[in-house]
Design a protein around this ligand. Sequence first.
Ligand code: NIG
Ligand code: FE
Length: 412
Amino acid sequence: MKNMLIKNIGELITPLGHGALHGAAMKKLCRYPQAAVYIEDGRISAVGPESTVRAQAPQAAEVLDAAGCCVLPGFVDPHTHLLFGGSRAEEFIDRLEGVPYLELLARGGGICSTMQATRQSSEAALYAQGKAVLQAMQRLGVTTAEGKSGYGLDRDTELRQLRVLRCLGRELPVTLKTTFLGAHALPPEYAGRPDEYVDFLAAEVLPLVAAEKLADFCDVFCETGVFTPAQAERLLRAAARRGLKLKLHADEIDSTGGAGLAARLGAVSADHLLAVSDTDIDVLAASDTVAVLLPATAFCMRKPFAPARRMLAAGCAVALASDYNPGSCYTYSIPLLLALAVIGMEMTIEEAVTALTLNAAAALGEADHLGSLEPGKQADLLLLKTGDYRSLVYNTGINQVEHVIQRGQLIF
Ligand code: NIG
Ligand code: FE
């Protein structure tokens, strides 16, 4: 593999660490003016002031001139539902006219309508759809993403979704982590029998997912009228016994205690948290569970944002993600996500950068080798169009990424 020197970086910014940063520590970015990065075999071997890095870089290396631009770690999107069939444009219009999300789901629409379309999608069709989405995400600076199943809600389609995600992760220049979300909604076959459905997932799907190593995580949509905390706990404990790490869709619409449950189970993340209680904010802050906030979903659902400032003040480790999905949030726009985090949720630009790099990597259990620009870490980095990282939000909603490097290879 080639070695590469990136020289003439106007400013390099990165959080530092091999685990999530909590609370006030999220504001502290390391900043090097006139910087360089030296990459060997897809890993960073030196980073810092250009003179220091050049002294360590052999002559023969390929040289990329950053022309004074800003460099930062590749973005990590740790919560997406990127693989699905069909469209829910009709339902989007219904929601704009005031029909509640959970009511659409209870009518057999919502997630169940995407389930019908996904069950009818071939592996090839899903692959093509996922590939197009991931390539578009990469242009916005995403070098690592997560993708969930959860639109099959039967054995074969859940497995098909996960196999396609694994295949995309092998074949595209992106690190893709996968999540088994069989407990995303109750399929019509199990209407009125949620406990039996959870038993079915634990006994008949999870063992196959684990045996084929199809998923890194197990997740549950823990919500009023969907799955209770007790049902979520049952499935997550079964998943943990099979070696999967845990995530939870927690306290999105109602406060059900999901965040506290996630922390108690040692989950890598608790996601959404629009309705999280103050008690559970403190429980999260004292735990290693990352609070993954999805402000584009709140925006699309016309809900108040998650209380990011209260969480940061309490000392939580906060990450950001798109939640890209065909229902509640049909966007993977990183520029929009950053604008909503900073302008809407009142995070600082520095906190938002940490939340979308190192802390997002921690929400995937990958902070030891992803999410920051430090020797030994995977060389995933972005060159911006300007020398000023504040343009990420100042240029509101506009992509600022000029070049993307993943594992030391220039992909855009
Ligand atoms: O994270 N809340 C549950 N799951 C997704 C929505 C999925 C859908 O509506 O298709 C979410 O918002
Ligand atoms: Fe989600």
